[in-house]
Unconditional design. Structure first.
Lengths: 235, 125
Protein backbone atom coordinates (compact mmCIF):
# COMPACT_ATOMS: atom_id res chain seq x y z
CA UNK A 1 0.00 0.00 0.00
CA UNK A 2 1.20 3.46 -0.87
CA UNK A 3 0.86 6.07 1.87
CA UNK A 4 -0.99 9.22 0.70
CA UNK A 5 1.12 11.81 2.54
CA UNK A 6 0.24 14.69 0.27
CA UNK A 7 -3.49 14.07 0.37
CA UNK A 8 -3.47 13.46 4.13
CA UNK A 9 -1.61 16.69 4.92
CA UNK A 10 -3.73 18.74 2.58
CA UNK A 11 -6.94 17.42 4.10
CA UNK A 12 -5.74 18.55 7.53
CA UNK A 13 -4.87 21.97 6.12
CA UNK A 14 -8.29 22.18 4.41
CA UNK A 15 -10.19 20.98 7.49
CA UNK A 16 -13.10 23.19 8.60
CA UNK A 17 -11.73 22.89 12.14
CA UNK A 18 -8.31 24.36 11.30
CA UNK A 19 -9.14 27.97 12.23
CA UNK A 20 -10.76 26.91 15.48
CA UNK A 21 -7.80 24.73 16.49
CA UNK A 22 -5.37 27.47 15.53
CA UNK A 23 -7.24 29.96 17.74
CA UNK A 24 -7.44 27.62 20.73
CA UNK A 25 -3.79 26.58 20.47
CA UNK A 26 -2.47 30.12 20.08
CA UNK A 27 -4.60 31.24 23.02
CA UNK A 28 -3.27 28.37 25.13
CA UNK A 29 0.24 29.42 24.15
CA UNK A 30 -0.67 32.96 25.21
CA UNK A 31 -1.95 31.79 28.59
CA UNK A 32 1.25 29.85 29.14
CA UNK A 33 3.50 32.80 28.20
CA UNK A 34 1.42 35.15 30.37
CA UNK A 35 1.81 32.90 33.41
CA UNK A 36 5.51 32.20 32.75
CA UNK A 37 6.23 35.92 32.41
CA UNK A 38 4.50 36.77 35.73
CA UNK A 39 1.63 38.40 33.78
CA UNK A 40 3.47 40.93 31.63
CA UNK A 41 0.67 43.05 30.08
CA UNK A 42 2.26 42.97 26.59
CA UNK A 43 2.12 39.16 26.68
CA UNK A 44 -1.64 39.20 27.29
CA UNK A 45 -3.14 35.96 25.88
CA UNK A 46 -5.39 37.88 23.48
CA UNK A 47 -2.39 39.78 22.13
CA UNK A 48 -0.32 36.61 21.66
CA UNK A 49 -3.23 34.74 20.10
CA UNK A 50 -4.27 37.52 17.70
CA UNK A 51 -0.70 38.18 16.56
CA UNK A 52 -0.03 34.47 16.01
CA UNK A 53 -3.20 33.93 13.98
CA UNK A 54 -2.61 37.16 12.00
CA UNK A 55 0.88 35.94 11.06
CA UNK A 56 -0.51 32.62 9.86
CA UNK A 57 -3.29 34.31 7.87
CA UNK A 58 -0.91 36.87 6.32
CA UNK A 59 1.91 34.50 5.40
CA UNK A 60 0.20 31.25 4.43
CA UNK A 61 -2.57 30.50 1.97
CA UNK A 62 -5.09 30.21 4.82
CA UNK A 63 -7.34 33.14 3.88
CA UNK A 64 -9.12 35.30 6.46
CA UNK A 65 -12.45 34.15 5.00
CA UNK A 66 -11.62 30.50 5.57
CA UNK A 67 -10.21 31.27 9.03
CA UNK A 68 -13.28 33.18 10.22
CA UNK A 69 -15.66 30.59 8.82
CA UNK A 70 -13.98 28.08 11.12
CA UNK A 71 -13.43 30.28 14.19
CA UNK A 72 -16.73 32.15 13.96
CA UNK A 73 -18.33 29.75 16.44
CA UNK A 74 -16.21 31.39 19.19
CA UNK A 75 -17.56 34.85 18.33
CA UNK A 76 -21.08 33.52 18.74
CA UNK A 77 -20.45 33.04 22.45
CA UNK A 78 -19.74 36.76 22.95
CA UNK A 79 -23.46 37.58 23.27
CA UNK A 80 -24.32 35.27 26.18
CA UNK A 81 -20.96 35.97 27.88
CA UNK A 82 -21.60 39.71 27.90
CA UNK A 83 -24.98 38.98 29.51
CA UNK A 84 -23.17 36.83 32.09
CA UNK A 85 -21.10 39.89 33.10
CA UNK A 86 -24.21 40.98 35.04
CA UNK A 87 -23.21 38.51 37.76
CA UNK A 88 -19.75 39.90 38.70
CA UNK A 89 -21.25 43.36 38.25
CA UNK A 90 -23.91 42.56 40.84
CA UNK A 91 -21.35 41.01 43.19
CA UNK A 92 -19.00 43.99 43.01
CA UNK A 93 -21.83 46.39 43.71
CA UNK A 94 -21.24 46.14 47.47
CA UNK A 95 -17.92 47.97 47.03
CA UNK A 96 -19.82 50.93 45.56
CA UNK A 97 -22.05 51.63 48.56
CA UNK A 98 -19.71 54.11 50.16
CA UNK A 99 -18.07 55.60 47.10
CA UNK A 100 -20.70 55.72 44.40
CA UNK A 101 -20.33 59.47 43.88
CA UNK A 102 -16.55 59.49 43.33
CA UNK A 103 -17.06 56.43 41.15
CA UNK A 104 -19.67 57.95 38.85
CA UNK A 105 -17.97 61.36 38.60
CA UNK A 106 -14.49 59.98 37.89
CA UNK A 107 -15.89 57.53 35.34
CA UNK A 108 -17.93 60.06 33.42
CA UNK A 109 -15.38 62.90 33.54
CA UNK A 110 -12.26 60.71 33.25
CA UNK A 111 -13.81 58.63 30.49
CA UNK A 112 -14.92 61.68 28.51
CA UNK A 113 -11.50 63.32 28.85
CA UNK A 114 -9.46 60.29 27.79
CA UNK A 115 -11.74 59.65 24.79
CA UNK A 116 -11.92 63.29 23.67
CA UNK A 117 -8.16 63.76 23.90
CA UNK A 118 -7.60 60.69 21.74
CA UNK A 119 -10.17 61.88 19.19
CA UNK A 120 -8.72 65.41 19.22
CA UNK A 121 -5.16 64.18 18.75
CA UNK A 122 -6.19 61.90 15.93
CA UNK A 123 -8.09 64.62 14.09
CA UNK A 124 -5.12 67.00 14.42
CA UNK A 125 -2.89 64.35 12.90
CA UNK A 126 -5.31 63.82 10.05
CA UNK A 127 -6.86 60.49 10.98
CA UNK A 128 -9.45 59.12 8.56
CA UNK A 129 -13.14 59.01 9.48
CA UNK A 130 -13.10 55.26 9.96
CA UNK A 131 -10.17 55.50 12.40
CA UNK A 132 -11.88 58.28 14.32
CA UNK A 133 -15.13 56.30 14.55
CA UNK A 134 -13.21 53.29 15.81
CA UNK A 135 -11.26 55.44 18.29
CA UNK A 136 -14.48 56.46 20.06
CA UNK A 137 -14.61 52.96 21.51
CA UNK A 138 -11.08 53.09 22.97
CA UNK A 139 -12.20 53.09 26.60
CA UNK A 140 -14.58 50.16 26.52
CA UNK A 141 -13.77 46.52 26.76
CA UNK A 142 -13.41 44.71 23.42
CA UNK A 143 -16.44 42.45 23.89
CA UNK A 144 -18.69 45.53 24.09
CA UNK A 145 -16.78 47.47 21.43
CA UNK A 146 -17.10 44.71 18.84
CA UNK A 147 -20.86 45.19 19.08
CA UNK A 148 -20.82 49.00 19.39
CA UNK A 149 -18.26 49.89 16.68
CA UNK A 150 -20.49 48.87 13.74
CA UNK A 151 -23.35 50.97 15.19
CA UNK A 152 -21.18 54.11 14.86
CA UNK A 153 -19.60 53.27 11.47
CA UNK A 154 -16.34 52.13 12.99
CA UNK A 155 -14.47 48.94 12.14
CA UNK A 156 -14.88 46.22 14.75
CA UNK A 157 -11.40 44.82 14.05
CA UNK A 158 -9.70 48.24 14.20
CA UNK A 159 -11.59 49.05 17.40
CA UNK A 160 -10.33 45.75 18.84
CA UNK A 161 -6.73 46.62 17.92
CA UNK A 162 -7.01 50.13 19.41
CA UNK A 163 -8.51 48.72 22.60
CA UNK A 164 -5.89 46.01 22.93
CA UNK A 165 -3.05 48.54 22.64
CA UNK A 166 -4.84 50.97 24.97
CA UNK A 167 -5.38 48.25 27.56
CA UNK A 168 -1.80 47.01 27.47
CA UNK A 169 -0.19 50.46 27.51
CA UNK A 170 -2.63 51.63 30.18
CA UNK A 171 -1.78 48.68 32.44
CA UNK A 172 1.95 49.35 31.97
CA UNK A 173 1.72 53.13 32.46
CA UNK A 174 -0.72 53.22 35.39
CA UNK A 175 1.51 52.11 38.32
CA UNK A 176 4.29 54.67 37.61
CA UNK A 177 1.65 57.36 37.03
CA UNK A 178 0.02 56.47 40.37
CA UNK A 179 3.41 56.97 42.09
CA UNK A 180 4.15 60.20 40.22
CA UNK A 181 0.80 61.79 41.09
CA UNK A 182 0.56 60.17 44.53
CA UNK A 183 -2.68 58.33 43.76
CA UNK A 184 -2.88 55.88 46.66
CA UNK A 185 -6.60 55.35 47.39
CA UNK A 186 -7.59 51.86 46.25
CA UNK A 187 -10.93 52.86 44.68
CA UNK A 188 -9.22 55.69 42.78
CA UNK A 189 -6.57 53.35 41.38
CA UNK A 190 -9.30 50.88 40.38
CA UNK A 191 -11.41 53.53 38.64
CA UNK A 192 -8.44 54.89 36.69
CA UNK A 193 -7.44 51.41 35.53
CA UNK A 194 -10.98 50.34 34.66
CA UNK A 195 -11.86 53.54 32.81
CA UNK A 196 -8.60 53.91 30.88
CA UNK A 197 -7.43 50.33 30.42
CA UNK A 198 -10.65 48.22 30.74
CA UNK A 199 -10.04 44.45 30.86
CA UNK A 200 -6.22 44.43 30.84
CA UNK A 201 -6.36 47.23 33.41
CA UNK A 202 -8.74 45.18 35.53
CA UNK A 203 -6.31 42.27 35.73
CA UNK A 204 -3.59 44.76 36.69
CA UNK A 205 -5.94 46.22 39.32
CA UNK A 206 -6.56 42.75 40.76
CA UNK A 207 -2.79 42.42 41.19
CA UNK A 208 -2.78 45.67 43.20
CA UNK A 209 -5.61 44.47 45.45
CA UNK A 210 -9.16 43.16 45.57
CA UNK A 211 -10.72 46.59 46.18
CA UNK A 212 -8.86 47.97 43.16
CA UNK A 213 -10.08 44.95 41.20
CA UNK A 214 -13.71 45.46 42.16
CA UNK A 215 -13.65 49.15 41.23
CA UNK A 216 -11.85 48.45 37.96
CA UNK A 217 -14.40 45.77 37.01
CA UNK A 218 -17.25 48.12 37.91
CA UNK A 219 -15.70 50.96 35.91
CA UNK A 220 -15.18 48.67 32.94
CA UNK A 221 -18.86 47.62 32.89
CA UNK A 222 -20.11 51.12 33.66
CA UNK A 223 -18.07 52.63 30.81
CA UNK A 224 -19.29 49.89 28.47
CA UNK A 225 -22.94 50.52 29.28
CA UNK A 226 -22.50 54.29 29.24
CA UNK A 227 -20.79 54.22 25.84
CA UNK A 228 -23.33 51.75 24.44
CA UNK A 229 -26.11 54.19 25.27
CA UNK A 230 -24.39 57.46 24.36
CA UNK A 231 -21.99 56.85 21.45
CA UNK A 232 -24.66 55.94 18.85
CA UNK A 233 -26.29 59.33 19.51
CA UNK A 234 -23.04 61.33 19.75
CA UNK A 235 -20.98 60.06 16.84
CA UNK B 1 -18.84 10.19 33.43
CA UNK B 2 -22.09 11.66 34.63
CA UNK B 3 -24.09 13.19 31.82
CA UNK B 4 -26.55 14.71 34.30
CA UNK B 5 -23.83 17.00 35.66
CA UNK B 6 -24.54 19.90 33.31
CA UNK B 7 -24.59 22.99 35.55
CA UNK B 8 -23.40 25.16 32.66
CA UNK B 9 -26.51 24.48 30.61
CA UNK B 10 -28.97 26.18 32.97
CA UNK B 11 -26.93 29.39 33.06
CA UNK B 12 -26.33 29.35 29.31
CA UNK B 13 -30.10 29.18 28.76
CA UNK B 14 -30.67 32.09 31.16
CA UNK B 15 -27.98 34.17 29.45
CA UNK B 16 -29.31 33.39 25.99
CA UNK B 17 -32.89 34.20 26.99
CA UNK B 18 -31.77 37.57 28.35
CA UNK B 19 -29.84 38.10 25.12
CA UNK B 20 -33.04 37.51 23.15
CA UNK B 21 -34.89 39.84 25.53
CA UNK B 22 -32.23 42.46 24.76
CA UNK B 23 -32.76 41.89 21.03
CA UNK B 24 -36.51 42.30 21.54
CA UNK B 25 -36.17 45.54 23.51
CA UNK B 26 -33.64 47.02 21.08
CA UNK B 27 -36.02 46.46 18.16
CA UNK B 28 -39.12 47.47 20.11
CA UNK B 29 -37.69 50.85 21.08
CA UNK B 30 -35.46 51.08 17.96
CA UNK B 31 -32.44 51.60 20.22
CA UNK B 32 -29.04 51.47 18.46
CA UNK B 33 -27.67 49.66 21.53
CA UNK B 34 -26.23 46.12 21.30
CA UNK B 35 -28.70 43.44 22.38
CA UNK B 36 -26.08 41.84 24.63
CA UNK B 37 -25.58 45.07 26.60
CA UNK B 38 -29.34 45.45 27.05
CA UNK B 39 -29.56 41.79 28.06
CA UNK B 40 -26.83 42.31 30.66
CA UNK B 41 -28.67 45.31 32.09
CA UNK B 42 -31.95 43.37 32.26
CA UNK B 43 -30.27 40.46 34.06
CA UNK B 44 -28.52 42.90 36.39
CA UNK B 45 -31.82 44.62 37.22
CA UNK B 46 -33.43 41.21 37.77
CA UNK B 47 -30.66 40.27 40.21
CA UNK B 48 -31.03 43.57 42.09
CA UNK B 49 -34.80 43.05 42.37
CA UNK B 50 -34.43 39.41 43.43
CA UNK B 51 -31.66 40.43 45.81
CA UNK B 52 -29.39 37.47 45.15
CA UNK B 53 -27.79 35.04 42.72
CA UNK B 54 -28.73 31.37 42.60
CA UNK B 55 -25.82 28.98 42.96
CA UNK B 56 -26.52 27.48 39.51
CA UNK B 57 -26.26 30.87 37.87
CA UNK B 58 -23.09 31.61 39.80
CA UNK B 59 -21.59 28.29 38.72
CA UNK B 60 -22.43 28.93 35.06
CA UNK B 61 -20.97 32.41 35.06
CA UNK B 62 -17.83 31.15 36.79
CA UNK B 63 -17.61 28.47 34.13
CA UNK B 64 -18.07 30.68 31.07
CA UNK B 65 -16.59 34.08 32.01
CA UNK B 66 -12.91 33.03 32.07
CA UNK B 67 -13.27 32.29 28.34
CA UNK B 68 -14.40 35.81 27.46
CA UNK B 69 -10.93 36.86 26.20
CA UNK B 70 -10.83 33.82 23.91
CA UNK B 71 -14.13 34.79 22.30
CA UNK B 72 -12.83 38.18 21.15
CA UNK B 73 -9.87 36.69 19.24
CA UNK B 74 -11.54 35.79 15.90
CA UNK B 75 -13.09 39.24 15.37
CA UNK B 76 -9.79 40.88 16.36
CA UNK B 77 -7.92 38.89 13.70
CA UNK B 78 -10.02 40.86 11.18
CA UNK B 79 -7.32 43.53 11.44
CA UNK B 80 -5.40 41.60 8.73
CA UNK B 81 -7.83 43.12 6.25
CA UNK B 82 -6.73 46.64 7.21
CA UNK B 83 -2.95 46.43 7.20
CA UNK B 84 -2.78 49.34 4.71
CA UNK B 85 -4.75 51.56 7.07
CA UNK B 86 -2.50 50.59 9.99
CA UNK B 87 0.61 51.37 7.93
CA UNK B 88 -0.74 54.81 7.09
CA UNK B 89 -2.30 55.81 10.39
CA UNK B 90 -0.69 53.46 12.91
CA UNK B 91 1.64 56.13 14.30
CA UNK B 92 -1.16 58.69 14.64
CA UNK B 93 -3.36 56.11 16.38
CA UNK B 94 -0.55 55.08 18.72
CA UNK B 95 0.35 58.64 19.74
CA UNK B 96 -3.31 59.50 20.28
CA UNK B 97 -3.63 56.48 22.57
CA UNK B 98 -0.45 57.22 24.56
CA UNK B 99 -1.28 60.89 25.15
CA UNK B 100 -4.89 60.16 26.07
CA UNK B 101 -3.63 57.67 28.67
CA UNK B 102 -0.98 60.04 30.04
CA UNK B 103 -3.73 62.56 30.77
CA UNK B 104 -6.67 60.22 31.40
CA UNK B 105 -5.15 57.99 34.09
CA UNK B 106 -3.99 60.82 36.43
CA UNK B 107 -7.15 62.88 35.89
CA UNK B 108 -9.44 59.95 36.60
CA UNK B 109 -7.42 58.78 39.61
CA UNK B 110 -6.92 62.23 41.15
CA UNK B 111 -10.57 63.13 40.66
CA UNK B 112 -11.77 59.96 42.38
CA UNK B 113 -9.19 60.36 45.16
CA UNK B 114 -10.07 63.98 45.94
CA UNK B 115 -13.78 63.14 46.07
CA UNK B 116 -13.08 60.20 48.38
CA UNK B 117 -10.94 62.37 50.69
CA UNK B 118 -13.59 65.07 50.82
CA UNK B 119 -16.20 62.46 51.70
CA UNK B 120 -14.13 60.94 54.51
CA UNK B 121 -13.29 64.38 55.91
CA UNK B 122 -16.97 65.28 55.98
CA UNK B 123 -17.75 62.07 57.76
CA UNK B 124 -14.99 62.67 60.32
CA UNK B 125 -16.47 66.05 61.26
Amino acid sequence: MELQWQAALSSVWQSPYLGLVLTLMSFQLGLWLYRKSAQQPFLHPVMVSVVTVCIVVLFTNLSFERYIESAHILSQFLGPVIVALAIPLYENLKALKQYWLPFVVSNVVGGAITILIAIGMLSVMGGSDVSMNSMWTKSITTAFALQIAPEINGLAALAAAIIMVTGILGAIMAPPLFRLFNITAAPAQGCALGVCAHAVGTSKALELGSEQGAFAALSMSFMGVLCAFTLPFLV
Amino acid sequence: MNWLKTDMLYGLIVFLLFLLLGEFIAQLLSLPVPASVLGMLMLFITLVIRGGITSELKASSNGILPYLPLFIVPASVGIVNFMGLLEQEGLALLSAIVISLLVGIPVCGLLAQSLIKRQTNKRAK
